[in-house]
Design a protein around this ligand. Structure first.
Ligand code: NAD
Ligand code: MG
Length: 397
């Protein structure tokens, strides 16, 4: 097990599902980790509780209206705090060795970039950063000598499997998908699925947005795009295989036809522990894998017809020029509308497709040259998706 000295760590999105798994690992070895900063969106109570438990130096809440509440909760502790987007960015910019980027959605991009720009080691769970602005995210990491460690389970698996060969010996990668709660459902039933049904993931316990993305398989689409930026892969080099048991997370095929896989229980503490210990291994917190209890590992081809979100991700990746930024923005708007029960489940993919088509028809597809330009496209695409929402909501399938 790892012998590294005390590490200063920051957790962006500390009150979420990934945040919770990360804090569980930090809690297990208090002598090795010093918490610099923690952030949350609006959950002041949860944030203050963690900041006090871990004796953080700084706590930030994204909701600017919550400053007074956070100040009161931390009164007398000596923990500095702030509120608003700028405070979350400040949390990321403060000196620490290791940062967990686990905000949900493209809202996490600016804070993650603040950590990247100061050359931190960034464990990236927040895949929307790469879907929104992957090229610039990776460029800025290279420029600042930041180390990006994939915390998403499939990408962490690929990262581990890649260590058994050279990049130029790789022929393709395979990421697995559980298939979500609607894997075996007919298209007409998926169309009408309720929020409660979409939130019932068979294997993983996760935040609301990613759980819905898993049901639509938009999550796998986001992950195909994420993999392309993390490992400099073309769309043809990335394959998705449905594997309902979620035991194999990712595989790399090399030129000699050896396929190297990473296995583990569906517990995010496994890839997070890998990021936390890297380049060493720490003692994990997940249950050991017992394959005899699991019995069978099965595999299916993904269905691009019942799950159009996956097809759209490949289309957006091939189109480039900001198309993946639009894909992500439209999906965030669609998921938010579905959560508010403004649209039916099937309309999520329709809104994404219609937003992309409308964007392209209007001649908006153009090369981007910076993360700021990607953020501007993200805003514009959100507005476009929101404007298309009423007609998509009204249209029967
Ligand atoms: P979550 O909703 O449980 O937590 C999100 C966290 O981000 C919370 O702390 C929340 O307070 C904070 N947050 C939300 N909106 C914010 C905003 N606008 N500004 C600042 N902070 C904000 O989500 P999660 O499941 O932990 O997922 C986080 C990220 O990790 C997502 O990008 C997700 O796709 C990715 N991810 C999650 C899992 C998982 O198992 N949960 C697995 C792989 C990747
Ligand atoms: Mg994943």
């Amino acid at each position: 097990p790892a012998t590294h000295g005390v590490r200063k760590v920051t957790v962006l999105g500390a009150t979420g599902s990934i945040g919770d798994s990360t804090m569980d690992l930090l809690r297990a070895s208090p002598e090795r980790y010093q918490v610099e900063a923690l952030t949350a969106n609006s959950n002041v109570e949860g944030l203050a509780k963690l900041a006090i438990e871990f004796n953080a130096r700084f706590a930030a809440v994204a909701d600017p209206a919550k400053l007074g509440e956070l100040r009161a909760a931390l009164d007398g502790t000596g923990i500095a705090c702030g509120a608003g987007e700028q405070a979350v960015i400040e949390a990321a910019a403060r000196p620490s060795d290791w940062v967990m980027a686990a905000v949900a959605g493209a809202a996490g991009l600016k804070p993650a970039l603040a950590a990247v720009d100061r050359g931190a080691t960034v464990a990236l769970a927040n895949k929307e950063c790469l879907v929104c602005a992957g090229e610039f995210f990776m460029e800025r990491a290279a420029a600042a000598n930041a180390c990006i460690l994939p915390a998403d389970s499939e990408h962490n698996a690929l990262f581990q499997a890649l260590a058994s060969g050279n990049r130029d010996e790789l022929t393709k990668v395979i990421i697995t998908a559980s298939g979500g709660p609607f894997r075996t459902w007919a298209a007409a039933d998926i169309e009408q699925a309720t929020l409660a049904q979409a939130l019932k993931h068979p294997n993983w316990s996760m935040g609301q947005k990613i759980t819905i993305d898993s049901a639509s398989m938009m999550n796998k689409g986001l992950e195909v795009i994420e993999a392309s930026w993390l490992f400099a892969l073309t769309p043809d080099e990335i394959e998705v295989v449905v594997h309902p048991q979620s035991i194999i997370h990712g595989m790399v095929e090399f030129s000699d036809r050896s396929v190297v896989a990473q296995l583990g229980a569906p517990d995010m503490r496994i890839p997070i522990a890998h990021c936390l210990g890297w380049p060493e291994r720490i003692i994990g917190r997940a249950a050991p894998l017992d394959l005899t209890k699991i019995g069978q590992l099965t595999f299916e081809a993904p269905d691009f017809v019942r799950f159009p979100g996956l097809r759209l991700a490949y289309d957006a990746l091939r189109a480039g020029n900001g198309a993946t930024t639009v894909y992500n923005a439209a999906n965030e708007i669609a998921v938010a509308a579905f959560v508010k029960e403004q649209i039916r489940f099937g309309a999520i993919a329709r809104l994404v497709e219609e937003t992309l088509n409308s964007w392209i028809r209007s001649g908006n597809l153009a090369p981007l040259s910076s993360a700021d330009e990607a953020i501007a496209v993200d805003h514009k695409a959100r507005n476009l998706a929101a404007s298309l929402l009423p007609q998509i909501a009204a249209k029967a399938s």
